[in-house]
Design a protein around this ligand. Structure first.
Ligand code: G3P
Ligand code: CA
Length: 254
């Protein structure tokens, strides 16, 4: 544990709810985002993919099987890829029951619905574009949706991240005013080049050392680390001076 005198000199990292307050509510649903707000998160994270008819929906896996009832609603559509179903079809699915009966009927939200539902909150948003290679042109469609909801473009409120750094170069060209996060742990030698378009380096917490955080900071970027649900690791990451901690348990992080 960090002694209080030492802790006082550290800035507090942002509390980022991973797929919403996903330890307590079904991930990537408006219910999970609202709960994150109630639990005192600073930001929420979500995963965006595209339907067969090019509508933006929130889903972590590239198939619908784990977090919806797609297998029973569409038994002949295996393997239930997000990109194989239309929005109208996906809207028939229940994205809550798999988690708990309390959430029965919770829909798969579109990105626009989530932006509208949480727009009045004080929360920031960490928007992940998931598997962009499956959805050519998704960067421009995400940018267009964000332009329809300009309150999210307020300075400091939004960052867009991906494991696919080329996709982030594309998104940066489409919306240079939005902060860009790169998921993963680039080598220190890569940081100067990446800093030309990125604002955050977002590694798994096991990769994070105080030296690495210092190197990223020296290149003018921030570090948001994931997925941290253990209070001891939250304290350690705070002592390493990360800028954000992405957690399924925003209440604990608070
Ligand atoms: O925000 C970090 C985290 O979401 C990246 O991993 O698989 O949960 O999307 P994943
Ligand atoms: Ca994610």
């Amino acid at each position: 544990p960090v002694p209080p005198a030492a802790a006082a000199q550290f800035s507090t990292p942002l509390n980022v709810a991973h797929r919403g307050a996903s330890a307590y509510a079904p991930e990537n649903t408006v219910a999970a985002f609202e709960l994150a707000h109630e639990q005192g998160a600073d930001m929420f994270e979500l995963d965006v993919q595209e339907t067969r008819d090019h509508r933006l929906v929130l889903m972590h896996d590239t198939t619908l099987a784990r977090t919806t009832d797609a297998e029973s609603v569409f038994p002949d559509r295996a393997p239930w890829r997000v990109g194989d179903l239309t929005l109208a079809e996906i809207r028939r699915l229940d994205a809550g029951s798999w988690f708990d009966a309390e959430y029965e009927g919770e829909p798969v939200p579109t990105l626009g619905e989530a932006l509208r539902a949480m727009g009045e909150s004080r929360l920031g948003l960490l928007l992940e574009i998931k598997a962009p290679r499956l959805y050519p042109g998704i960067e421009a469609r995400v940018a267009a949706e964000l332009r329809r909801h300009p309150s999210w473009l307020a300075p400091g409120r939004l960052a867009v991240q991906s494991f696919d750094w080329n996709s982030m170069r594309t998104f940066h060209r489409a919306m240079p005013q939005v902060a860009i996060g790169l998921l993963g742990t680039p080598a220190v030698a890569e940081l100067p080049e990446l800093a030309r378009f990125a604002d955050q380096i977002n590694p798994p917490y096991r990769d994070v050392t105080p030296e690495y955080v210092g190197r990223v900071h020296r290149h003018g970027m921030e570090v948001f680390t994931w997925t941290v649900d253990d209070p001891a690791v939250m304290r350690r990451m705070t002592s390493y001076r990360v800028d954000g901690i992405i957690t399924n348990r925003p209440d604990l992080m608070r």
